[in-house]
Write a protein that binds this ligand. Structure first.
Ligand code: ATP
Length: 384
């Protein structure tokens, strides 16, 4: 179904991927194992059309040739990526994040149906539909990221190190949820350093070393192969997903990664432009209503009510504005309103000095401080 042939990637003079070939069938989990810097993310990004390097070779899904296509065209063709670090919108609810995933044309008309499908695959998300994502655990957020990717109705789900940063217990839940996705008939291309657990759920695996696929076999044989055990399953570190030491340096040094890229609001604006959706003014965010009681569960499946899905363009604008605020950019102007002032204050009318009356306010403020510190750390340059 997905056929990758002789795919190579160069970043300047550094060849990060040297002619990789692999395939992923319907309802099959295929894992790519490799040490730090082996080229795993590069391979996944090249397949999904978001690689910064020079890409050559063939990526074929059904009969469509995808190398050189824009990322949104690749999503339209049926490949959805869950990026490393998840990329969920913390200020939006579970349902809003999921609905954003239906932005692709192939899924837009069936957003409500897809939402029901995702919620019945992951009943936990149904129970948390109205929860703000930043208040969820890492494992739950990862489930939101997977659910959101599935909202584009893909035939291939590509995941970049989804277990990174999760506790062993949450890892177990995560890998179980990938089994559920596989049972729904999707092909899964999984990049992982947690070799032990990923080989347990995978059908086949490829070993990537210094940008080259050096071995392919079915997952069970790989797990029992003494060489694989020594390289990828040895010691408690590998079993818990800890990173292995980097491989020997390649002959050509890698050029430094670009320090800055487009801002999230620019990416959202470009995405809206590329799919021809009319730009909309940023909606005024109303105070969040209290979360409803969890939906009743019947026969292990969430009893999904008729869903009133939010407007996707509004959500993109809202997500973009949230990202802009977090990046310190000026948000787009709000639409003038002729309506009388609301009796309930909107979030935009919050006082400059935060009211720490509730624990969620304190939590939000702490998270913002941590994010600000992380941004400072990213741009920190030591004095010589
Ligand atoms: P990790 O497990 O640490 O994420 P990986 O196997 O995913 O590693 P890649 O991120 O694909 O490895 O990187 C492969 C090589 O390409 C590395 O040497 C890396 O430094 C280089 N590289 C990756 N992205 C870029 C970039 N944008 N510009 C320059 N070099 C890059």
């Amino acid at each position: 179904m997905l056929e990758v042939r002789n795919l190579s990637v160069s970043y300047g003079k550094h060849r990060a991927l040297g002619g990789a070939s692999l395939r992923v069938g319907k309802g099959e989990i295929v894992v790519i194992l490799g040490a730090n810097g082996a080229g795993k993310s590069t391979l996944l990004k090249a397949v999904c059309g978001i690689c910064e390097g020079y890409v050559a070779g063939d990526v074929q899904l059904e009969n469509a040739q995808l190398v050189g296509e824009k990322p949104h065209k690749i999503v339209e063709a049926g490949i959805a990526l869950v990026p490393e670090g998840r990329g969920v919108f913390g200020d939006l609810t579970v349902e809003e994040n999921l609905t954003l995933g239906a932005y692709a044309e192939r899924a837009r008309d069936e957003a409500a149906g897809n939402l029901q499908r995702v919620l019945s695959l992951f009943p936990k998300l149904g129970e948390r539909r109205k929860q703000t994502v930043r208040t969820m655990s890492g494992g739950e957020q990862q489930m939101v990221a997977i659910g959101r990717a599935m909202m584009s109705n893909p035939s291939i789900l590509a995941l970049d190190e989804p277990s990174l940063g999760l506790s062993p217990l949450l890892c177990k839940d995560l890998f179980e949820s990938l089994r559920v996705v596989k049972q729904a008939g999707l092909g899964i291309l999984l990049v992982e350093q947690n070799a032990k657990q990923s080989l347990r759920i995978a059908d086949r695996g490829y070993l990537l070393e210094n940008g080259n696929i050096v071995h392919e076999d079915d997952a069970e044989r790989l797990a029992n192969d003494p060489a694989v055990q020594k390289a990828y399953l040895g010691g408690s570190g590998a079993a818990t997903g800890a990173r292995r030491p980097a491989p020997a340096a390649t002959p050509t040094p890698a050029i430094p990664r670009p320090a800055t890229g487009p801002k999230p609001n620019e990416i959202a604006a470009a995405a809206m432009k590329s799919v021809g959706a009319p730009a909309r003014p940023v909606p005024v965010i109303k105070p969040t209503a209290p979360a409803p009681k969890p939906a009743p569960v019947a026969n292990g499946t969430a009893a999904v009510q008729k869903l009133d899905t939010p407007d996707i363009s509004d959500l993109v604008a809202k997500a973009s504005a949230t990202a802009s605020r977090r990046n310190g950019a000026t948000p787009p102007p709000r639409a003038p309103t002729t309506q009388p002032a609301p009796t309930q204050p909107t979030r935009s009318a919050q006082p400059a000095i935060p009211d720490f009356a509730s624990s969620s306010d304190r939590l939000r403020s702490m998270i913002e401080d941590i994010e600000a510190a992380a941004r400072r750390a990213e741009t920190y340059k030591p004095r010589r």
